[in-house]
Design a protein around this ligand. Structure first.
Ligand SMILES: C[S@@+](CC[C@H](N)C(=O)[O-])C[C@H]1O[C@@H](n2cnc3c(N)ncnc32)[C@H](O)[C@@H]1O
Length: 255
C-alpha cells in the first residue's frame, strides 16, 4: 500500500475531522507547548488545512507573522481560504526536507503529524533547525501508532487493520527515536510529553471515531469495512474502547 494522497478529497475530509473536540484538545496542547507570543514570526511546516496557522495568527497579532508550508496544493488552498483577510501570512508549496524559506527567519516552528510521513528525518530536522533563529523553539508532534489499543471481538482482524493502516506512513513509531535524532540535528533541551487519547464512547467527536471511516477507506478491504461495522456495533452497545498516545517534542536551537 502507499502513503495517503493529500488530495482535494482528503483536504475536505480533514477539514471535518480537524474540527472535532479531540483535535481541538490537541491543538490547545500544541499552542500551549509552542508558546507563540505577540510580535513573533512562526512557521508551520506541513500546515495541512491551516488550523494552526489561523490560530497562531491570533496569538502573534498584527505585529507578528505566520508562514505555512505544505507539500499538497489542495491542502494549501484550504489553508489560504481559512486565513483570508490577513496580510501577515504567507503560504508556500514545498517539502519539509527542503523548506522554501530563509535561514534563521523564525522564532518558532511547529510540525504536527508530518514527520511520520517523511523518509529522511535527519534532513527534515536539519531544515527545521536551519530556519529557526538561535534561541528559537521547535515543536514536533507525532503518534506512536504501536500504542493503539483498540477493543475488538476479533483481535486478529483488528491487528491486521492497524498494521495495514501503518502503511499510510513512512514511520508509524517515529516518536521512539525522535529525541536522539533531534539532539543529533543540534537541538538542545529536548523534551517529550505523551498525551493519551482514550475513550469508551467512540463517537465521531473522538480522535478514533473521526478517523475510523477514513482508515477503513484507506485499507479498502471487505475486512476493513467489517472492522468499521463492528466498531459501530460496539459503540451502539456501549462497549467501545480505544486508547493511543500522541507525543509532543520540543527543543531549542542553541542561542
Ligand atoms: C496529517 S496532516 C497534518 C496537517 C497539520 N499539520 C495539522 O495537524 O492540522 C499531514 C500534512 O503533512 C503534509 N506533508 C506530508 N509529507 C510532507 C512533506 N514531506 N513536506 C511537507 N508537507 C508534507 C501533508 O500534505 C498534510 O497536509
Amino acid at each position: 500500500m502507499t502513503q495517503i494522497d493529500f488530495n482535494e478529497e482528503m483536504a475536505a475530509e480533514l477539514e471535518v475531522v480537524y474540527g472535532r473536540p479531540d483535535i481541538l484538545r490537541r491543538r490547545a496542547l500544541v499552542h500551549e507547548a509552542l508558546g507563540a507570543a505577540p510580535g513573533e514570526r512562526v512557521l508551520d511546516a506541513g500546515c495541512g488545512p491551516g488550523f494552526y496557522v489561523a490560530e497562531t495568527l491570533e496569538r502573534v497579532g498584527a505585529e507578528g507573522s505566520v508562514v505555512g508550508v505544505d507539500a499538497s496544493a489542495p491542502m494549501l488552498a484550504v489553508a489560504a481560504k481559512r486565513c483570508q483577510g490577513h496580510e501577515n501570512v504567507d503560504f508556500h508549496e514545498g517539502d519539509v526536507t527542503a523548506l522554501p524559506v530563509a535561514d534563521a527567519d523564525f522564532d518558532r516552528v511547529l510540525s504536527v503529524q508530518v514527520l511520520e510521513y517523511v523518509a529522511d528525518i535527519p534532513r527534515a530536522l536539519g531544515e527545521l533547525f536551519r530556519v529557526l533563529r538561535p534561541g528559537g523553539r521547535v515543536l514536533i508532534w507525532d503518534v506512536d501508532w504501536a500504542t493503539v489499543s483498540w477493543h475488538s471481538e476479533d483481535p486478529a482482524r483488528m491487528e491486521r487493520f492497524l498494521r495495514a493502516w501503518d502503511q499510510h506512513l513512512t514511520d508509524p513509531t517515529l516518536p521512539r527515536t525522535l529525541s536522539p535524532q533531534m539532539r543529533a540535528a543540534g537541538f538542545e533541551d529536548v523534551q517529550m510529553e505523551g498525551h493519551a487519547f482514550a475513550t469508551n464512547d467512540l463517537t465521531e467527536d473522538t480522535y478514533a471515531g473521526g478517523l475510523l471511516h477514513l482508515m477503513a477507506d484507506y485499507v479498502g478491504t471487505d475486512e476493513a469495512q467489517a472492522e468499521a461495522a463492528e466498531q459501530r456495533d460496539l459503540q451502539a452497545r456501549g462497549e467501545s474502547y480505544f486508547a493511543c498516545i500522541q507525543f509532543c517534542f520540543t527543543g531549542t536551537r542553541p542561542g
